[in-house]
Design a protein around this ligand. Structure first.
Ligand code: SF4
Length: 424
């Protein structure tokens, strides 16, 4: 008979309608109690003759043995420095390992500890981050470093609750840092772990449903309990990244195949399921490369909202029915107070943000002699050569626009990463 993992929300020990757990460690403890029973208090370390607990232990042992034999040699796995591990976890969010490695090495060389990051200028941090995308991560890292210096004496806190108080540190990152750097039995659930659990447990419901999310966290809390919690968490993520992949899971090589319900059913690649997609709203805008003596006008967006704090070519949003060519001169006048000549449409690029799909009409133009910009709605402006603009924190759409203009020929690391993920 197949020994699947027990459903931690359904055994007699689990409440029928589990209370929404509290944050951080308290939440993890509540989930563990519901999921795993109190095996440890019985002194059996999780295998006291209880079939469910024994099954969990077998999954745990199989994952750890496989991880020991097959784990990738990644630079952040060669350190126990909590700061370095934290930086890696921030960078790895929605980004492939291969893309992150050089960024992580450069970042650590430039900012080797919390103090150096806390004392850095944000533009310098952005410069090291340039190309990795999602600049809010860099902004949050610096803000969190300042908080760690001010409130924790420069040492990363070692428990989930305190970690979650830091800017940009959510449930996943707190669990990853607490378990990997501090050996805390803190659960993690990321995209890889969701996929592995959905298949192991044959979860056919929408994984975005609140009850399913809590069920996944309860499973993670159950599994992490025991020796080597950091390695166990990394083994789960490694399994999702290397064998239990979205399209073609390599079930033949999987260490927990004997426990996998979806494989027994025969369609693991159909899981996980997400039925409710967040609507992606279309948006039209113009961007103009205004040339003044070989330099382009670059403007910096406000510190809040879409693409906060990033540099871009000046322009603005088009309303429904507005023609880009007709509106571009007026948009420029309103945004940067400039009249231009030789305005020419070069083409259109498409760029997808989390909830927006941008169609950007790209123009080039020349500034009138002696023109001086007067910005409205932006926080700064500079006349820059294209390379200098790309050295600043910029949106992916800006790089695409410069590529269309023939002023840049390399995709960002972020774009290359997205393309590689699409192929896989
Ligand atoms: S057996 Fe296949 S589907 Fe199941 S966890 Fe392993 S790789 Fe994933």
């Amino acid at each position: 008979m197949k020994a699947s993992m027990p459903d931690p929300t359904k055994p007699a020990r689990a409440p029928k309608s589990p209370e929404r757990p509290a944050r951080g460690d308290a939440r993890a403890r509540a989930a563990k109690a519901a999921a795993c029973g109190d095996a440890r208090d019985r002194g059996d370390g999780g295998d006291g003759g209880d079939g469910e607990i024994a099954s969990i232990r077998r999954v745990r042992d199989a994952l750890l043995a496989w991880y020991d034999a097959h784990r990738r040699d990644l630079p952040w796995r060669r350190t126990r420095d909590p700061y370095a591990i934290w930086i890696s976890e921030a960078m790895l969010q929605q980004t492939r390992v291969e893309t992150v490695i050089p960024y992580w090495e450069r970042f650590l060389a430039r900012y080797p500890d919390v103090e150096s990051l806390a004392g850095a200028a944000i533009d310098d941090v952005y410069a090291v981050w340039t190309g990795l995308g999602y600049y809010s991560r860099a902004r949050n890292l610096k803000a969190a470093a300042e908080s760690i210096v001010a409130e924790h004496g420069g040492a990363l806190p070692n428990d989930v609750d305190a970690l979650q108080q830091l800017p940009g540190v959510g449930r996943y990152t707190a669990g990853a840092v607490a378990s990997i750097a501090f050996d805390r039995e803190a659960p993690i659930v990321d995209g890889n772990v969701v996929r592995v659990f959905a298949r192991l447990e044959d979860i056919r419901e929408d994984i975005a449903e609140k009850a399913i999310v809590e069920r996944l966290w309860a499973l993670a809390a159950c599994l992490v309990r025991g020796p080597r919690p950091g390695d166990l968490n990394q083994a789960l993520m490694e399994l999702g990244a290397t064998l239990c992949t979205p399209k073609r899971p390599d079930c033949g090589a999987c260490p927990v195949r004997a426990h996998c319900r979806a494989t027994a059913v025969g369609d693991p690649e159909s899981l996980p399921r997400r039925t409710k997609r967040t609507a992606v709203r279309p948006m039209r805008a113009v961007a103009v490369a205004i040339d003044r003596g070989g330099r382009l006008l670059a403007v910096r967006r406000p510190e809040t909202g879409l693409m906060a704090g990033l540099w871009e070519l000046p322009g603005g949003v088009l309303a429904d029915g507005e023609e880009a060519k007709d509106r571009a001169p007026q948009i420029l006048h309103e945004a940067v107070g400039l009249e231009v000549r030789e305005l020419e449409c070069i083409g259109r690029i498409e760029h997808v943000f989390t909830h927006r799909r941008l169609a950007l009409e790209v123009f080039r133009a020349k500034a009138l002699p002696g023109a001086r910009a007067r910005i409205t709605g932006f926080t700064a402006h500079r006349w820059l050569e294209p390379d200098a603009l790309l050295a600043l924190a910029h949106a992916g759409s800006t790089r695409k626009a410069l590529t269309l203009l023939g002023l840049c020929d390399e995709p960002s690391a972020r774009a290359a990463d997205a393309a590689a993920r699409r192929v896989r």
